[in-house]
Write a protein that binds this ligand. Structure first.
Ligand code: 3HC
Length: 479
């Protein structure tokens, strides 16, 4: 299958990035938008993106001109007549997609492959609406498309032999790694990523922790390239909301119901980076950190005591704050104390983050004092409510559990799921790699604690995870 001329319909954030990727790989690109204004925005996007590469010395101005010269922009779909492949990247609205694919089916030659960059809609339904269902597939890129190395290539039950492998070869020519998947809402990455992002929005709404603290916890504690709210702003809250809606319609899993906060922001036009404001805007100011010098403390927990001591912080006899190192909520312990107002639970996450759990009895002074102490010890404090999983485990463990269930359901291999999350989202490790590093038993027990507190069926440990722990195994069997 020879692809030399490629059409891209829709030059928003994704479409413009996809057009750039094709042009960089030497293909000729026809970019189509609805009107001149949208075309100009698409062109500006590619110019800005390649311009940044020039500024960094990664492209010469001549190479940039060549890339831009390979992209022809038009408002007429009829100009796609000569394309070998057309990739659609218009909004996630099924009616729009079907009407576009029916147009493309009429305009393009019978050999042309039509691909959708849909994040979650049914590729089969789009294919079935055309007269060439065997040549309609999913080609799902990740934002920013020029940077993220993954392409999910989605086949359906009617995909013709050779189409998938031809498109996969093309994606490799673009410098991408391909994970081939079946047509299931969210495919691999969005099915695992979006529920986690939605859950972060729910925790924010419930006041479990603040926006910046959640982002700091996931970035510094887990090593993700961005926290969930920064990533939601990058993806676009409208896209995230739509994907969650599709996932919910398919699974009826209440965790997939879009967080009301997402709907509120989207309705207000706060869509994230594309509209200039989403979870983040101009109001990203943080309160000044509290000075820790005046705070005396007691500490329960060897690792925490050692970290504080290493920073020159010594406990005292009659403390203002009692720090209790904990993996689980500390309210029971607090309730047994003479002065529970002083107690703050401390959950160390990696080398850089300390989650600080304030119970319903914790005094404000103790909470701010604990935060100052953590900063003095070189840790980023993440104040949160005293709930099972605090912030990091509550967000991370269900995601890991979902990955195990996805694999156990036969949808994708361990290697593909790990690669997809590393390359699609820039995660430092895939979910199975993370599970094995954290320890299967620890994650299983953490999930049990989450389940016991929230009674959320999906938090119950996946049977495969439970069985591996029961069998005393520390790793997933791989072929
Ligand atoms: N367009 C083009 N290039 C970009 C870019 C953009 N929008 N944003 C960043 N880059 C390039 C930079 O030029 C730089 O290139 P270089 O290494 O060649 O110099 C490189 O990316 C790194 O950028 P920065 O140093 O400016 O910033 P970071 O190191 O913070 O990286 C990031 C930015 C690549 C966005 C990183 O934070 C990341 O990987 N985040 C996770 C993104 C993610 O999860 N994406 C998937 C979302 S899900 C999705 O898209 C599916 C959809 O269906 C919903």
């Amino acid at each position: 299958m020879a692809f030399e001329m490629v059409g891209v319909v829709g030059l928003g954030t994704m479409g413009a990035g996809i057009a750039e990727v094709f042009a960089r790989a030497g293909l000729r690109v026809i970019g189509v938008e609805a009107d001149a204004e949208a075309l100009a925005r698409g062109r500006a996007h590619v110019e800005r993106s390649t311009g940044r590469a020039v500024d960094k010395g990664k492209l010469t101005p001549a190479e940039q001109a060549e890339i831009l010269g390979r992209i022809t922009l038009t408002t007429s779909r009829d100009d796609l007549r000569a394309a070998d492949l057309v990739v659609e990247a218009i909004p996630e609205i099924m009616d729009y997609k079907i009407s576009l694919f029916q147009d493309l089916d009429r305009i393009c030659g019978p050999e042309t492959v039509l691909a959708t960059n849909t994040s979650s809609l049914s590729v089969t339904a789009i294919a079935a609406a055309t007269g060439r269902p065997g040549r309609v597939i999913g080609m799902h890129f990740f934002n920013p498309a020029p940077v993220m190395k993954l392409v999910e290539v989605v086949g359906t039950v009617v995909t013709e032999p050779g189409v998938l492998s031809g498109v996969a070869e093309l994606a490799e020519r673009l410098g991408k790694t391909v994970v081939a998947v079946g047509d299931r809402a969210g495919f691999v990455v969005n099915r695992l990523l979006l529920p986690y992002l939605n859950h972060a929005a729910v925790l924010l709404e419930q006041g479990v922790a603040a926006r910046d603290d959640v982002d700091a916890a996931m970035k510094l504690g887990v090593g993700l390239p961005m926290g969930p709210f920064a990533l939601l702003d990058l993806i676009g809250l409208d896209t995230a909301y739509e994907v969650m809606g599709v996932l919910y319609d398919e699974t009826r899993d209440r965790r997939h119901a879009p967080a009301p906060l997402l709907r509120e922001l989207v309705t207000a036009g706060l869509l994230g980076r594309k509209s200039g404001r989403g979870f983040y805007g101009e109001d990203g100011q943080r309160p000044a950190p509290v000075d820790s010098a005046a705070v005396s403390f007691g500490v329960v927990g060897d690792e925490l005591a050692g970290r504080l001591r290493a920073a020159g912080l010594e406990p005292s006899g009659d403390p203002d704050v009692l720090l209790h190192e904990a993996e689980r909520p500390v309210i029971e312990y607090a309730a047994g104390l003479k002065d529970p107002a002083k107690l703050v639970g401390v959950h160390l996450v990696g080398d850089r983050v300390a989650e600080l759990a304030a119970t319903v009895l914790t005094a404000e002074r103790a909470a701010t004092g604990a935060a100052g102490l953590m900063r003095a010890a070189g840790l980023t404090p993440v104040p949160c409510k005293d709930r099972a999983g605090f912030v990091v485990d509550a967000l991370l463990y269900p995601y890991l559990n979902d990955a195990v269930r996805m694999h156990d359901a036969g949808y994708a291999s361990i290697a593909d799921i790990d690669a997809a999350m590393r390359l699609g989202c820039g995660y430092p490790a895939g979910p199975f790699e993370m599970l094995e590093t954290l320890g299967l038993a620890r994650v299983r027990d953490g999930l049990r604690a989450l389940y016991a507190e929230y009674r959320e069926p999906a938090f119950a440990p996946a049977p495969l995870l439970d069985q591996l722990v029961t069998a005393g195994l520390g790793a997933f069997p791989r072929p």
